[in-house]
Design a protein. Structure first.
Length: 252
């Protein structure tokens, strides 16, 4: 019996997915194993710092500076492991009918005080009557927060952040446009690669995690940017033909 080409492709894709899931599971387990001795190191570094902090000798003050450096590096490693675990975490999304504008509104309420402090003007264009989409609200909110923080860091002297929602041919769209310094073509090509970062001390996992979350929702994310002209991230989400437990098409 000869297998059809489409069956072979589906089988190959499933084997690749299974292989990826196994690697992700092992990597996540390894990260957890690293966190345990790291916690012990951090605790002992703190105890050591307390001992040296009470001393006035030049030798102990020099030692304290070295301990402080070790503590900073341990914290950086802890942050990297936390980001890595977020990226590799395999879980089933808890998708529920959601209003995209409501999610964006909650994000803006959260970010507004920080935006005012950073001299960032928030400009909203939220289309009315958007169709309902299926979201894991916690995961999706985390992705949006990551994008907003990324925009804030791109505008250290303040600027504008435009957030707009709209209907598309097969779903809904969301744009986040900042007036920051923008990116060159090389950076844009690599922005979603794991461990790639242009920020000192950056994990290079924030935007890849955002893309994983969006794609897990059946959506896509794109970026457009130019040096001196800012950056635009665009998320597109599909609208389900029918909502779970509801025999009607989602209309918002």
């Amino acid at each position: 019996m000869t297998m059809s080409p489409s069956f072979d492709r589906d089988d190959a894709r499933q084997r690749l997915a299974d292989h990826y899931n196994e690697i992700a599971r092992l990597a996540g387990g390894l990260a957890h194993e690293i966190k345990n001795p790291l916690s012990t190191i951090r605790l002992n570094m703190e105890l050591l710092a307390e001992d040296f902090r009470e001393s006035e000798s030049a030798r102990d003050r020099r030692a304290l500076k070295r301990v402080d450096t070790m503590q900073r590096e341990c914290q950086r490693l802890q942050d990297l492991l936390d980001e890595f675990l977020k990226y590799t975490r395999i879980r089933r999304l808890d998708l529920k009918p959601s209003d995209l504008n409501e999610q964006v509104g909650q994000l803006l309420d959260f970010f507004r005080p920080k935006a005012a402090q950073a001299k960032i003007e928030l400009i909203e264009y939220l289309a009315q009557g958007l169709p309902t989409v299926l979201l894991d609200e916690e995961a999706f909110r985390g992705a949006l927060i990551n994008l907003v923080i990324n925009a804030e860091q791109a505008m250290p002297d303040g600027g504008q952040l435009v957030i707009r929602t709209y209907s598309t041919a097969d779903g809904v769209g969301l744009d986040l446009i900042d007036s920051g310094g923008g990116m060159n073509d090389e950076t844009m090509d690599r922005i979603f690669q794991t461990f790639y970062s242009t920020k000192p001390g950056g994990s290079g996992l924030g935007l890849p995690t955002v893309r994983r979350i969006v794609e897990a929702h059946g959506g896509s994310i794109d970026v457009q940017s130019a040096i001196g002209r800012g950056t635009q991230f665009t998320i597109r989400l599909p609208v389900p033909a029918r909502l779970p437990g509801d025999g009607t098409r989602a209309t918002g």
